[in-house]
Design a binder for this molecule. Sequence first.
Ligand code: GTP
Ligand code: MG
Length: 385
Amino acid sequence: MIIGVVGAPNKGKSTFFSAVTMVDAAIANYPFTTIEPNRGIALVRSPCPHTKIGKQCTPKVGSCANGTRLIPIQFIDVAGLVPGAHEGRGLGNKFLDDLRAADAFIQVVDASGRTDLEGNPSTDGDPAEEVRFLYEELCFWMDGILSRNWNKIHGKGAAELADALTGLNISRFEIEHAASELSLPLTHIDWSDTQRLSFARKIFAKKPFVIVANKMDLDGSKENFEHMQEALSPKKVVPCSSAIELALRKAAKSGAISYLPGDPTFQLLSANDKQREVLSYMAEFLKLNNGTGVQQAVEAAVYGELGMIVVYPVEDEHHWCDNYGNVLPHAYLMPKGSTAHDLAAKVHTDLAKNFISAIDCKTKMHVGKTHALNNGDVIKIVAGR
Ligand SMILES: Nc1nc2c(ncn2[C@@H]2O[C@H](COP(=O)(O)OP(=O)(O)OP(=O)(O)O)[C@@H](O)[C@H]2O)c(=O)[nH]1
Ligand SMILES: [Mg+2]
């Protein structure tokens, strides 16, 4: 799964990205610090079922801390987008092609209002406007992809349209739904430019999207955040401070504190006096805001917008381990509604081909191919040879 970090320049995208991945990306207080994309791995939390069998798990990927499983997902941070990017302003929008495979987007907005839409210093930046223009630019980007492929789509049908959009994680169902809502025919496609753009808008409106009100540690952000919530309702906005999250994760890495991302507190370990002063300010922020909001934003994308559940495949239904004794070695993120057969296919194509049944290891009940999985399920797939 890939999450793309997007936004106007100088809003804190790379700070957010660095905080969640601990990749050392360039961060600076001017626009277009990032030009080439940054890629890294972040972790999402899920209660680990190992606590139910009283055995410590042995994850093959990710890790487990204090009964919380940490599951990896991919992140990509790109350059800033400015109004008119589709006409070549700023760095244009061609670089967004790096985001074609993104399953969800997180838009980082400067809630302090101290930067304008171009990322330059300002005293009255409107964070809600950042969200509106970015949506438009993303739609123009998708429209551009369609336009570049129009010779393969024009006069053809849904299959050719879907082909042009395959890399964008857009299903045939989404295409048909959007076209039908706009009464656009999907046979002998002969849409006008305006109709094509409306189609891109309709599709993009349904893309999993989380809006992050960043820089909440600065004065004036609270008022702007409230204004954003009102202006963008019913869309939820997640308040956060990427700068504080990054500082806390670095302090934890250096051994100065013990901190689990997402927690509203941390413990001091070996901080010096200077560090203690800064850390006490951060502790106050965490207390007032119930955490930095960064981990919450990532999980709002994965569990909220993308509707993922976590499922644990095992080979031994009694000891919840694989054939080598590794307890709960894998934790898979799967879309809500996934079946036992979908899980088999994810583990191995042969398991799906030779699927006989699945065992819900918590109840020891046998279930069939179409059984819908639940969050936290531990499942053994029974397959023939
Ligand atoms: N106070 C505060 N400053 C922040 C926060 N997040 C980022 N910044 C600062 O904002 C400036 C821009 O941060 P970047 O992460 O480089 O922003 P960006 O959106 O990646 O910028 P471009 O790559 O130029 O588009 C830097 O000076 C950061 O230190 C935050 O949560 N609070
Ligand atoms: Mg950047």
